[in-house]
Structure formats: C-alpha cells, structure tokens
Design a protein around this ligand. Structure first.
Ligand code: UDP
Ligand code: MG
Length: 309
C-alpha cells in the first residue's frame, strides 16, 4: 500500500496542533487505499508543543515527531521532516490551517491520475498580509526572478504534494543557507499549480516579523543568484567612465581658461560618494563571503533533542 507523509513544522503552536491533526485526519480518512504518517517538527518551541506531540503519538502511532534543541527556523524544520519521511508522497503543511487540508484530496487525485510529479499551491490574493508586507513581497518576487535563473513562483506556498523522487532530489541538496522555495524550483519536475484564497490563522499569530522576512529575502537572493556581484562590476565600470569624462572636461577647461585652483567642496562630495559606492560593493562581496564561510563549516542544519523513538 502507498503512503503519504505530512510534514508539519511547528514553533510555539500549542493552540493549533490538535485542531490541525483532527481536521487533516478527517481528510486522510476520505482518501482510499493509502496509509498516512504525520511528521511533526518542534522547532525549539517554548510552549507545550512537544507535550502535545507526545500525547498525539500515544494516541496514534502514525504520528512521528522530532524536537529540535533550539529554534533553527522553518527551513531547517522542513528539511528534518523530509529526512524523516518515508512516504511515496510527501507534503509540508503549516499547522495554523492556512493550508487547507481538504485540498489534499484534489492534489492526491491529480498527482495519481495525471502525469505530474508535484502538485503545488499558490495563494490568489494574500488577503491576510498587511499592506506593507504585500508590497514588499511583490517587490521581492520581481527582484529575485530578475536576478535568478531558477523560477521562483510569486505567491507559491510551501504546501505541495510531491512524489518520492522529487523529495529525494531535494534531500540531495544539503546547503546550509536554505531557501526551500528556490530549491523546489531548482530541482524542477513537472508541477501542477492550484490556486486558492488565503485563510486566516486558526489560532496563535504569525511567527514572521518584517525584519525576519527581510533577512529571509536577502538569504534567498544570495542563495539563488550571483548577479549582485556582476552588478557591482558594472557600477565600478560606470564610475571609471564618469571619471574619464571628468578628466577630459578638466583638461579642456584648464587649456581654455587656465583655471586657478578651485573646487574643494565638489572634490569632497565626489570622494564621499565614490567611497560609499566602494564600501557598498565590498559589502556585497562580504555577504557572499560570509555565506561561503558558513557553508564550509559544514555545521549540522538542525540538532535533534528528542523523537518518538
Ligand atoms: N515555523 C517554524 N519555525 C519558525 C517559524 C515558523 O517551524 O521559526 C512554522 C510555524 O509554526 C507554522 C509555519 O512555520 O507552522 C508557518 O509559519 P507562520 O504561520 O508564522 O507564517 P505565515 O503563515 O505568516 O507566513
Ligand atoms: Mg501561517
């Protein structure tokens, strides 16, 4: 019999977990001829999240769980879930029920009967995002798709049902600086997209602050594009050209007017501006360097504190 694995990263989600489990189980029971397993991942929660996992495992042996030694982030939690999953089909879902479990029925139907390796979801309108988050997110997708060769679909959720072969290829990418939305695009495979209207959280609150999102966006760009480095080369070339034009201008002016010494304020402005640009470009190199530094250390992406075994 085939099996579906449901990976659920949780960070301080004590209010949502049981609601999620009940709702999703109802849907799984409707699916015919398929076994299931839940892989709950406790991403270093400080509330009763782990206790609830233990309780669920007592009740249902198909509930597996992993608890991290501290908060490693959703990307690490998803990876841990993939590592642990054993199903022929694998999906990741948010525990807050913003990923509607009933969609699983359609997704499973499509992946089974049509020639797809993955059925992915994207939100239609992001209606539960704040105005600022909506605008910044739109900009982010525009920028990253301009810069990266890998397609990163605007509005794509992490909620997607994948065949084992796709999960295995995701698992073969052990980079520390993980940006799973890009990794999905990078591994490719035939993907069907389903759209749905955003829902509100069933309980609790979003774990993302704007600052955290900003950092995540920069990490994503660095992980899937080296264009910023190229842009800094062009900026440098442009300023060389500007300097050349300026030199010509000064030589000609001196020849015509035999210019007395002048222009200290403009010199200071130019100096400050150009050194600013230099620092900016060095900064870009620095950001890449820091990522290389972290990758070469080969630290574990997550550390497990407890599992149901
Ligand atoms: N999450 C996690 N680790 C984190 C932040 C979030 O495992 O550091 C989980 C969280 O518990 C939830 C999912 O990732 O199940 C999505 O988080 P959230 O609902 O806060 O994000 P949003 O829906 O606002 O994008
Ligand atoms: Mg959510």
């Amino acid at each position: 019999m085939e099996k579906i694995s449901i990976i659920v990263p949780c960070y301080n989600e004590e209010e949502s977990i049981e609601l999620f489990y009940d709702e999703t189980l109802k849907v799984l029971k409707k699916m015919e001829k398929i076994e299931y397993e839940f892989v709950f991942v406790d991403d270093g929660s400080k509330d009763r999240t782990l206790e609830i996992f233990r309780k669920l495992h007592k009740k249902d042996k198909q509930v597996k769980y992993i608890s991290f030694s501290r908060n490693f982030g959703k990307e690490a939690a998803m990876l841990a879930g993939f590592d642990r999953s054993s199903g022929d089909y694998v999906t990741t879902m948010d525990v807050d029920l913003q990923d509607p479990p009933e969609l699983l029925l359609d997704m499973y139907h499509d992946i089974k009967n049509e020639d797809y390796d993955c059925v992915a979801t994207r939100s239609k309108s992001r209606k539960n995002y704040s105005f600022l988050r909506k605008i910044l997110t739109k900009c982010f997708y525009k920028i990253i798709n301009k810069m990266s060769d890998v397609e990163i679909v605007d509005g794509a959720r992490d909620f997607r049902l994948m065949k084992r072969k796709m999960v295995d290829s995701i698992l073969s990418m052990r980079e520390v600086n993980r940006f799973t939305k890009g990794i999905f695009g990078y591994v490719g495979f035939k993907t069907k997209w389903i759209e749905y209207e955003d829902r509100d959280r069933v309980a609790g609150s979003s774990k993302w602050s704007l600052l955290k999102l900003g950092r995540y966006a920069i990490d994503g760009i660095i992980a899937f594009s080296t264009k910023p480095l190229l842009y800094s080369v062009f900026i440098g070339l442009f300023f060389c050209f500007l300097a050349f034009v300026f030199i010509l201008f000064i030589i000609v002016r001196t020849l015509i007017y035999s210019d007395p010494v002048q222009g200290w304020p403009s010199l200071v402005c130019i100096l400050l501006f150009v050194s600013g640009i230099q620092l900016f470009c060095t900064g870009i190199i620095g950001v890449y360097l820091s990522k290389i530094y972290l990758e070469t250390k080969k630290r574990p992406i997550y550390i497990v504190n407890e599992t149901e075994e």
